[in-house]
Design a protein around this ligand. Structure first.
Ligand code: R5P
Length: 290
């Protein structure tokens, strides 16, 4: 097996290769004055089982384009099998037409990836799993929640209450609760599809004097998590920790969450981030060994 750490996932790709004890092939980008680039594999992929690791956070368009170029070129260069490992899949939150006339961007991305002729697609906590149903090739949607919860357990937070700030993500809190053993719950959130503003419904939770960890798949502006933390603190929670798989952390998100009363924000290396992270390398390596 050959692992290719893509330009946007250098560190994670290297770690996956280390865990698997696999060879790596580097990718070189030659930039042109108009902003275009030529992408080149610095090693032979012919006849190989090739794993391309590339994440697609900001700048999404560039990272997606580089992903497509790598997948298509790997097949074209004669790789026997190509697996795309895309821990964070851009546009996956647009999994349906929320407003009349919208593009279903997640589906478009799936079509483009599949058109490159790859053999398998692996991602982590995709926002809406139905997006993966559009693939005709085998897919795996890994979950980093057990790994994140284990991190907190190792830090002495066994028995903490696990909360999902959105009822749609209750399975996240349930998964964390299996590790932490302190029960779980959820909040109800509504997003205005025109303004993007969110409303979190006030809900009474049994958290007085308890440690709570709020888990979400994505932290973007931090608004969702910050509101959840404030609600928990106002209901007498002792310490509130926050965790996410994909730390987009746009603008003041980090400050917003810390100022809401959180003790800490923990993420993963699905995206480059300044947060404390747990690595997805072992989770991905295990999936690749199946
Ligand atoms: C959406 O439903 C996701 O699960 C997250 O809750 C959302 O992306 C978080 O966004 P923000 O950090 O901007 O509130």
């Amino acid at each position: 097996m050959i692992v290719v750490p893509g330009p946007a996932a250098q560190s994670l790709g290297q770690k996956v290769a280390e865990v698997l004890n696999a060879k790596t092939v580097e990718v070189k980008l030659k930039l042109f004055p108009d902003g275009e680039y030529a992408l080149r594999f610095e090693g032979d992929l012919k006849g190989e089982d090739v794993v391309i690791v590339q994440t697609t956070g900001q700048p999404q368009d560039t990272n997606v384009m580089q992903l497509l170029l790598m997948l298509d070129a790997a097949k074209d260069l004669g790789a026997k099998k190509v697996t795309a490992v895309v821990p964070y899949l851009a546009f996956a939150r647009q999994d349906k037409r929320f407003l009349v006339g919208e593009a279903i961007s997640g589906e478009t991305l799936v079509k483009l990836i599949e058109a490159c002729g790859i053999d398998q697609f692996i991602t982590v906590n995709i926002h809406a799993e139905n997006t993966l149903k559009k693939f005709n090739i085998p897919t795996q949607n890994l979950s980093a929640i057990t790994t994140l919860a284990q991190h907190f357990k190792d830090q002495g937070l066994e028995g903490a209450f696990a909360l999902s700030p959105d009822k749609g993500a209750i399975e996240i809190a349930e998964e964390a609760s299996k590790v932490l053993g302190g029960g779980c719950g959820w909040l109800k959130k509504e997003r205005d599809r025109y303004t993007g503003e969110i409303q979190v419904e006030e809900k009474s939770l049994d958290v007085k004097g308890r440690d709570v960890i709020v888990f979400d798949d994505i932290i973007s502006t931090g608004g969702t998590i910050a509101r959840a933390v404030k609600m928990l603190k106002s209901q007498g929670a002792k310490r509130v920790y926050t965790a996410c798989v994909h730390a987009l952390l746009i603008g003041e998100a980090k400050n917003k969450i810390m100022e809401s009363g959180a003790e800490e924000i923990v993420g993963t290396d699905s995206l480059p981030t300044s947060l404390k992270t747990v690595s997805l390398a072992h989770l991905i390596a295990k999936a690749l060994s199946r």
